[in-house]
Design a protein around this ligand. Structure first.
Ligand code: NDP
Length: 342
């Protein structure tokens, strides 16, 4: 344990934050989580309680990324901040600023309030959406040296994550950072693994769509995957590892084509009555459909893109280990069944 003071976790109600808080509690830390509304306090506590015992070690306080109110109180007597909150909707917003403003201004707000509170280190949960988006013509291995190209059509979410992480590093390296507060960025790809509650969650949409056979087949798209439990452990290692300061870390367990994800589900669940769509729709047909369907048009640029994400830096510096992508897929599916979402 590197701190006996509360660890501040922003966006405590979220999929990744719930697992992160549970692991912090398991490790003996005190935790203070922020919620944009305390109306989610009871369900957040209940979700965390399924994974770890909090006793009196979990406080939940209100703070919204779009407002100053609450942040000073949330950061009182804290040394480390895990900034996880950021909007992650399934659909493209009408106005991209709905995502970009809370992501960018919210991150800067957290950094400024953290600096004023003399925080030692902020771990910023970024994404592979800030690393490889907009590079879909490049079949290669991506590392932390890469940045997404926001000028390409990458969607509002990827843009929000890229601009937020860039703004955060710029702020950390600026003269405003008088206390030399440290930052670490953790960049997970598509996060699967067990869902902790029945809340609608963007991360579980693909598995849910396949399990409910809401699509006739799979498009030839490759997904880099990490289990939520391993994303959470990476975030905590980003806080605990001295040498991590000033670095970003891709944390991917590996890649699967969506057809491989469907096959994994089919092999396990067809005997239980689920009819998983395993047919791979030819890419030319998906491109054709994209002309008539806005949702499909968003993925069309990534068709046939054969890329990899390197997690070598996380394995070396954070000593990060992870489950397989297959385990992440199956544990998410099983949790959706258990939570009666399917
Ligand atoms: P969730 O949607 O489950 O969690 C998002 C959290 O952010 C929620 O707690 C939400 O609060 C909070 N939030 C959103 N807007 C605001 C706001 N204006 N003020 C305060 N809190 C806000 O998503 P995940 O857990 O999957 O994602 C968490 C983080 O991980 C995000 O930063 C996301 O970009 C990143 N990430 C996720 C990946 C994934 O595949 N899941 C992959 C890579 C990165 P509320 O409950 O009130 O809506």
């Amino acid at each position: 344990m590197i701190s006996t003071k509360p660890i501040l976790v922003t966006g405590a109600s979220g999929f990744i934050a719930i697992h992160t808080i549970a692991q912090l509690l398991e490790k003996g830390y005190q935790v203070r989580g922020t919620l944009r509304s305390l109306s989610k306090e009871n369900e957040t506590r209940a979700s965390i309680a399924k994974l770890a015992q909090a006793n009196n070690r979990l406080e939940l306080l209100p703070a919204d990324l779009n407002q100053d109110a609450g942040w000073r109180e949330a950061l009182k007597d804290v040394e480390y901040v895990l900034h996880i909150a950021s909007p992650f909707p399934l659909d493209e917003p009408k106005d991209e600023d709905e995502l970009i403003a809370p992501a960018v201004q919210g991150t800067l707000r957290v950094l400024r309030f953290a600096h004023a509170a003399h925080i030692k280190r902020v771990v910023q949960v970024s994404s592979n959406a800030a690393v490889s988006a907009g590079h879909a013509s490049e079949n290669r291995i991506f590392t932390e040296a890469d940045w997404s190209i926001v000028e390409n059509k990458i969607g509002a979410y990827s843009k929000s994550k890229t601009l937020a992480e860039r703004a955060a590093w710029e702020w950390i390296n600026s003269s405003e950072n008088k206390n030399k507060m440290e930052m670490v960025a953790i960049n997970p790809p598509f996060v699967l693994g067990p869902v902790p509650n029945q809340n609608y969650n963007t991360s579980s949409e693909l598995i849910r769509t396949f399990m409910l056979r809401q699509v006739p087949g799979t498009a030839r798209i490759k997904m880099a995957i990490v289990d939520v439990r391993d994303a959470a452990s990476a975030i905590i290692l980003g806080m605990e590892t001295k040498e991590a300061a000033g670095k970003r870390f891709l944390v991917s367990a590996g890649e699967l084509w969506t057809k491989e994800i469907a096959d994994i589900l089919h092999n396990e669940y067809s005997k239980r009555g689920y009819k998983i769509p395993t047919l791979q729709v030819p890419s030319f047909l998906v491109r054709l459909l994209a002309r008539f369907d806005k949702k499909i048009s968003l993925i069309v640029n990534t068709l046939d893109w054969d890329y990899q994400l390197s997690s070598a830096q996380a394995e070396k510096i954070l000593k990060w280990t992870h489950r397989t992508p297959k385990e992440a897929v199956l544990s998410m599916a099983e949790s959706l069944v258990e939570q009666k979402i399917l």
